[in-house]
Structure formats: C-alpha cells, structure tokens
Design a protein around this ligand. Structure first.
Ligand code: SF4
Length: 467
C-alpha cells in the first residue's frame, strides 16, 4: 500500500486544505501520513501535492466544532485522527459522532474536553503585571497552557480588558491586544519576559467580572487557604463586599437552576491535585443543582483512594447511605462486598460512587421507599461524576446497573444485553464494563438470586483482569 506524506502547518486551515484535497483524490485514512513538522517524516512515502482547488466538503456542524477544539490539542496524532473521522463521516457513517462508545469518537471528544478545560484554566489563572513602556502603560502576563489554546482563550480577555493594552506570552504563542485588534506572534520562555509588578487593580476588576457567587464554597475555600491569607491576593480583597452584594444575584441563579437543573454551577474549577477529590466532596455538600437535595439528609459523595485503578458507579444512595453519608454501606453494599471478595478485588482499593448523589425516595408512613432517579436528575448530577472521574483517571470503570451505564454510555445502552463485555477507549476510562446492580439481585426471587450473584461476580472478574 502506498503511503502519502502530507506536509502541513500545525493549523486547522492548513489541515482542512489538505483534507479536502485528499478526499477528492479518494485517499483512505490509513494511507496518509500527516506531518506538521513535529515528528520525523517516514522513510518510504510519496510526497503528496495538495490541490488547492479541491471542492469543499459538507460535514455536520458538530464535526466542525470538534475539529476546532481538537486542532489546539498538543498531540500531533490529532490530524490523523481527525482525518480518520472525516473519512468515515463521508464514507457511509454520517451519524458516527452520535456513537459515543466508538473508540475514535470517544478519544476525540476526550481531546475536545481537555482543550476546553485548558481554556477555562487559562481564563482563571492568568495574572497580569504592569509595565511602563515608551508608549505608556502596558499589562503583561506569562502563562503555560497544556495545549495551544491562546487563540481560543483570547476573546474573553478582550471582552474584559478592551480599553487596555496587554499581552499574554506562552511558550508557543504570544497574543497582544493593542486596544483595537489582536495580534499573534511566536511565544517565549518565562525568563525572556520582563518581570512586572503584581497587578492589583486590573486583576480585581477581572475577578469582579467573573465572580460567580453560586459557586462560592466558603468552607472549601477556607480549607484550601485560611482566610487570613486572602488579603494577600489582590482578587480576594474584594471578596467580602462582593459576597454582600451577591444575594439577589444568587437567588436569581438558583431560580434559573430550577428551570434547567444542573450541578455545574456548584462544581469548583481547579486542576487535578491530591486534594481535588476533597475539594469536590466539600463543594458537593452545598449542591442545590436539582430538587433532590431538599428532602434528603445529605449529599452522599464517592469514597475511596484518589489513585484507585477501578471506579464502581451505582445509581444513587439508599436509605442507609443517606443517613450515614457514605456510598454502598447498606444491604446492597454488603452484597457488593461479598461479590468483590469472590472476584478477588479488594474493596479498599476501589473508588465507589453513584450517578446521583442524593437519595430519591417517597415516604410511606415511616418508611422511605426508593424511587428511581429521573433522567433529569442523572443529567443534573453528571458534572460531579465527570469531575470525580477526571480527578481519579481510572483504568477501569464498572457501571452497576442501567442508570450508571446509561449515564456514561448513552440512553440506548442495555445492561441485560451488554453486561460483562468490556468497552474500550471511552472518554471516561480506557475500559468500561457494565453489570447488574446489587440491589437488583436483592430484589430477585430467591431462586434467581444465586444466578444473579454469579453474573455479578463473573463481570467483576472481567473488569478486575483488565490491565
Ligand atoms: S442529586 Fe446531584 S445535582 Fe441534585 S442536588 Fe444532589 S448533588 Fe446536586
């Protein structure tokens, strides 16, 4: 098979030109070697001449958005992956992007998410310093993003600091705003950037403009940084007055929450670190993302080591979990312990959590009867699950029951048909295995229970064997 060596610049328009030309020539994805200058060219390949007059290609809007984000990812394999996806989209798999368990789609969506998180981090962590130049006052920041997200992040800085002249230097790219237009130039190392005084006024202005009181978790903030240190950070000296002014704003946001329930405003942003899970757990205690928090006793967050290789996800806490504030400590948890033991998995080594973090129930007399969470509850609560998975980065996820499996693998997933079959290359973990929920086994008639337990143990063994 002849390999085509396609030389491009590391930009989306350059890749698009080449991809159009290759598609017009019928070049299948596996025959193309993409070279953006960051890797060694292959020894035996035919140099490909890009035809600029190739016709445009019609793609779904979701592909265009995905490609724009993925093009910023640092992995040079992104060009090959994007072309493989484009090839399949234009060769009979038009709905491919809806298939979230397809390994290529899952990988690219993961890249997209990594880039979006990086943009968010850049907005949060860039700190400007003030410089006196011949042309007057200028503001300067040096920042090191994980991906090449400067162009994606820049518009928000323009919005915030339109009247000022500023530059952000990163190792790959520098962006400058001169008060009327953005200019991009090559980046520079930290040592090459002049040191400037800590900017106080500008940073406070910026912090005020992005301050989101509904996400403010004072307990978590104090645990991360005692309040006596707050006044050393320019942005935080404004905090007390902002909190006082915030109440009507928070009320408005909580009203909006009821219209479209989501935990998202309550999930603190932050990079992964050893304390990230603790930060998330503290913040989740204050979650008002859907109505389930009201009758429940408390949020039941996940538990287990932050470095766990295996994460087990159930549906929601039960009555006992709700009272004790820990997952899988009731009858279903005891059955799960037994099954884990039989499968040779140590419970202390795994992280246990639920798709929904509050107990959904109805009261009958003195009893609280479990109610299956609605799709809206699962969707509202998913930001917590995503944040947990991102903090742990497990090798294997075991979905216990349909609610957890559908939350990660899509609404059409059927545990009864797909249980015990590893799904590889998902955006959540390299391997996902779905199996029965222990409560479902407890609800089985006596004679079926042994068989249900055998299935659960067999599926756990499958997951436990994954490297
Ligand atoms: S169920 Fe989830 S989204 Fe709803 S209030 Fe509880 S933690 Fe928040």
């Amino acid at each position: 098979m002849r390999t085509l060596h396609v030389r491009i610049e590391s930009t989306l328009p350059s890749w698009q030109r080449a991809a159009r030309s290759l598609l017009a020539d019928g070049a299948a994805a596996e025959t193309v070697h993409w070279d953006d200058g960051s890797a060694t060219p292959p020894l035996f390949a035919t140099s490909y001449a890009i035809d600029d007059s190739a016709p445009p290609v019609r793609v779904p809007a979701t592909f265009a958005a995905l490609a724009e984000a993925v093009a910023c990812h640092r992995d040079a394999a992104k060009w090959e992956m994007l072309y493989a996806l484009l090839w399949r989209l234009t060769h009979g798999e038009r709905s491919l992007l809806a298939n979230r368990v397809d390994p290529l789609v899952a990988n690219l969506r993961d890249y997209q998410q990594q880039v979006e998180r990086d943009v968010h981090k850049m907005h949060a962590f860039v700190r400007f310093g003030r410089l006196e130049t011949e042309e007057g006052e200028e503001w300067l920041a040096w920042y090191h993003p994980d991906h090449d997200v400067v162009a994606r992040a820049a518009p928000l800085f323009v919005e915030r600091f339109r009247a000022m002249r500023w530059s952000i230097v990163t190792p790959r790219t520098t962006v400058r705003w001169d008060g009327s237009e953005l200019q991009f130039a090559p980046g520079a190392g930290r040592d090459e950037v002049p040191q400037a005084d800590e900017l106080e006024h500008l940073w406070r202005t910026y912090y005020r403009s992005v301050f989101n009181p509904a996400r403010m978790n004072l307990r978590a903030m104090r645990s991360e940084m005692p309040s006596r240190f707050w006044n050393q950070l320019p942005e935080l000296t404004a905090l007390p007055s902002m909190l006082r002014e915030a109440t009507p704003h928070v009320d408005g946001m909580l009203r909006d929450q009821r219209a479209a329930p989501s935990a998202a405003p309550f999930v603190p942003s932050g990079a992964n670190s050893p304390s990230r899970l603790r930060q998330l757990r503290d913040a989740a205690m204050e979650c008002r993302g859907c109505e389930l928090y009201e009758p429940a006793t408390q949020t039941v967050f996940g538990s287990g080591p932050p470095s766990a290789r295996i994460v087990l996800i159930g549906e929601q806490p039960g009555d006992e979990e709700d009272r004790r504030g820990a997952p899988f400590v009731g009858p279903a948890g005891r059955l799960l312990d037994e099954a884990l033991h039989e499968a040779g998995i140590n419970r202390a080594d795994v992280y246990l959590t639920n798709a929904v973090k509050h107990f959904h129930f109805e009261e009958r007399g003195k009893r609280r009867i479990h109610k299956t969470p609605r799709t809206s509850h699962v969707t509202a609560c998913r930001p917590w699950l995503e944040a947990e998975l991102s903090a742990i980065s497990p090798s294997v996820i075991i979905c216990l029951g349909g609610t957890a499996a559908k939350s990660l693998l899509g609404g059409t997933f059927r545990v009864t048909e797909e249980r015990g079959k590893p799904i590889y290359g998902t955006r959540w973990a390299p391997t996902v295995v779905a199996t029965l929920h222990p409560s479902a086994i407890l609800r089985m008639p006596e004679e079926g229970r042994r068989e249900g337990m055998a299935m659960l143990v067999a599926d756990l063994r499958v997951a436990g064997r994954v490297e």
